[in-house]
Design a protein around this ligand. Structure first.
Ligand SMILES: [Zn+2]
Length: 86
């Protein structure tokens, strides 16, 4: 699975979807639903759940993404697994 720093991961998102993070899309590896940050906000979830929690099947990225997600190195000692861009 590909691993990125936070900055690298963000620049992939920016290249793909642009500056407006509400328009960023992520895919759940469990049920394959695609959700945007905007949809998360509309449903009352914090925006960062868009890449770590599926609204549809309630799957959490921290349980693992079956090789379909990405690893983001948050800092020296902390990496998180996240849903991939859709
Ligand atoms: Zn799901």
């Amino acid at each position: 699975m590909l691993q990125y720093s936070v900055n690298e991961w963000e620049s992939h998102g920016l290249n793909r979807y642009g500056q407006e993070k509400r328009k960023w899309y992520f895919q759940c590896p469990n049920c394959l639903q695609i959700q945007s940050v905007e949809q998360m906000l509309k449903e009352g979830y914090p925006p960062d759940l868009a890449y770590s929690y599926c609204m549809n099947c309630h799957y959490e990225a921290k349980k693992g993404t079956f090789g379909k997600g990405k690893i983001v190195q948050v800092n020296q000692s902390n990496k998180i697994e996240v849903f991939d861009f859709a």
